[in-house]
Ligand binder design. Structure first.
Ligand code: NAP
Length: 489
């Protein structure tokens, strides 16, 4: 059951992802999808919508009619308690028709303020009373801070146990984010070097070219810290920094990630100003066109204090990471769209090539997450010719060119995991709570100290100068993400 089946997420992501699963044979014939939303639609109209959204995402969709015939629509206001019973009887009929054995997934693709009400009704009206499995899939944002997240959690826990709740962080569905684990734990080469003896710093960048677009109302209340850092950025850091789990099971991996979040040094008071930088975009040029500043965007306060950029230095207080800064940055209206992780290894103890006037570049391992997917390793090797000169070489793997496999959409992977009951790539409540408690302390300081210099970066740049100073004071600088692209190597 998809609640919010006429919305943007359902149309752009969920229907095309379900179709891909269907076409690959990962979804058997024994499935039915009930779309729930307020506007009145017949089953046929809904099926037409489903076909249209699949077609606009996938060119060669040859089994559309067959696929869409599994879709049914129920017009229903989720705040109206009287119509859950009708939904229940529809679910029971479909259960019989398709032989679903009582297995039910409830996907809440709607605003979080409805999650609690829906969960309560699903239980109260008997939709969760089933002989098969019942699972709840929910979207971010999971609360606005720790308090609201706790409240939301207690509402949904009323109807679902923790292991029945699948909190989506779509970054965790991305191939290359999942690849962090494989690169680290399936190669003898990296794990022995993965510590403060050999790594000098780690940089995680997730930059967007788009501005806030029509999401001004939501973004004004959220900002980059809550929208990106609390979930996606900290999840990537947890995967990078965790200890090898004893087994690759959901519980073991989650428990190692939780340990990283617990070891992350909390920032309070002046430490926030020292370790975190916020920014807001002003007008600027992108692709030769003038774009407005954040404060000029629709539904944004003309004196808004909301950050559209965050950079920060994270410290993980454990034996492995003591002394290694982990820098993160994310923002809107930046120069390039890129999500990348750069692991910079320490310099060699002495440069034997110094006499020839050469600097030896540090070794870098770059994990390209989006839009390009791949891994690059920067090494030094001899330049061809007579002189003994070291030259930077880049060993490159691109998912596009290398494997020749079309990377599945994150939502496709996550939906499939949920159907199979694999919660590894979803966030556990403990992770959510720890990330909020880290982020809340930063927001508290920022809310009490209005940013005086907003807007402080031009649209089309890589953020405010203070973000560069954050690294410069420790002798580092951001690796220019555009130059590191797989295609540029
Ligand atoms: P949206 O386009 O505004 O869709 C909201 C859906 O909820 C519509 O189908 C709407 O249909 C339905 N709805 C609203 N009030 C309702 C009510 N009282 N009873 C029943 N149905 C109701 O939102 P969205 O962009 O799809 O986002 C959905 C959720 O996913 C949000 O939590 C969002 O933060 C999250 N999310 C979205 C994206 C994305 O790419 N869009 C990405 C990450 C997370 P009717 O008007 O017909 O009722």
């Amino acid at each position: 059951m998809i609640f919010g089946a006429t919305g943007d997420l359902a149309n752009r992501k969920l229907f095309p992802s379900l179709y891909r699963l269907f076409e690959k044979g990962n979804l058997s014939e024994r499935f039915a999808v009930v779309g729930v939303a307020r506007r009145p639609l017949s089953n046929e109209e809904f099926q037409e919508n489903v076909k249209n959204s699949v077609q606009s995402a996938i060119k060669d969709s040859t089994r559309l009619d067959e696929f869409a015939s599994h879709f049914y629509y129920h017009s229903h206001d989720v705040t109206d308690s009287s119509s859950y019973l009708a939904l229940k009887s529809m679910a029971e009929d479909l259960d019989n028709t398709y032989g679903l054995e009582g297995n039910r997934i409830f996907y809440l693709a709607m605003a979080p303020e409805f999650f609690g009400t829906i969960a309560v009704h699903l239980k109260q009206d008997g939709l969760t009373e089933t002989n098969g499995f019942k699972r709840l899939v929910i979207e971010k944002p999971f609360g606005h801070d720790l308090e609201s997240a706790k409240e939301l959690n207690s509402q949904i826990r009323h109807a679902f146990s923790e292991d029945e709740i699948y909190r989506i962080d779509h970054y965790l569905g991305k191939q290359m984010v999942q690849n962090i684990e494989v690169i680290r734990f399936a190669n003898a080469l990296f794990e022995p070097l993965w510590n403060n003896r050999h790594i000098s710093n780690i940089q995680v960048t997730s930059s967007e070219v788009l501005g806030v677009e029509e999401r001004g109302r939501y973004y004004e209340k959220s900002g980059a810290l809550r929208d990106m850092v609390q979930n996606h950025m900290l999840q990537m850091v947890a995967l990078l920094a965790m200890e090898p789990p004893i087994r690759l099971t959901t519980d073991e991996i989650r428990s190692e990630k939780v340990k990283v979040l617990r070891a992350m040094r909390p920032l309070e008071g002046d430490m926030v100003h020292e370790h975190f930088v916020r920014g807001q975009y002003g007008k600027g040029m992108l692709d030769g066109e003038q774009v407005p500043g954040y404060r000029e965007e629709p539904m944004v306060d003309s004196e808004s204090n909301t950050e559209t950029f965050v950079a920060g230095r994270l410290t993980i207080d454990n034996f492995r990471w003591a002394g290694v800064p982990i820098y993160i940055r994310t923002g809107k209206r930046m120069a390039v769209k890129s999500t990348k992780i750069v692991i910079q290894f320490k310099d060699i103890p002495m440069n034997l090539y110094y006499e020839t006037g050469q600097t030896v570049n540090p070794n870098l391992l770059i994990i390209h997450i989006q839009p390009d997917e791949g891994i690059t390793l920067h090494l030094n090797a001899k330049k061809s010719g007579n002189q003994l000169e070291a030259n930077q070489v880049k060993l490159n793997f691109s998912n596009k060119s290398g494997s020749g496999i079309n990377t599945p959409e994150a939502y496709e992977k996550l939906l499939y995991d949920c159907m199979r009951g694999d919660a590894t790539n979803f966030t556990h409540w403990d992770e959510v709570a720890l990330s909020w408690s880290f982020v809340d302390k930063i927001s508290e300081v920022w809310e009490n100290h209005k940013a005086k210099n907003f807007p402080n970066y031009e649209a089309g740049t890589m953020g405010p100068e203070e973000a560069d100073q954050l690294l410069a004071k420790e002798g580092f600088s951001w690796w220019p993400v555009a130059d590191l692209d797989v295609d540029n190597c």
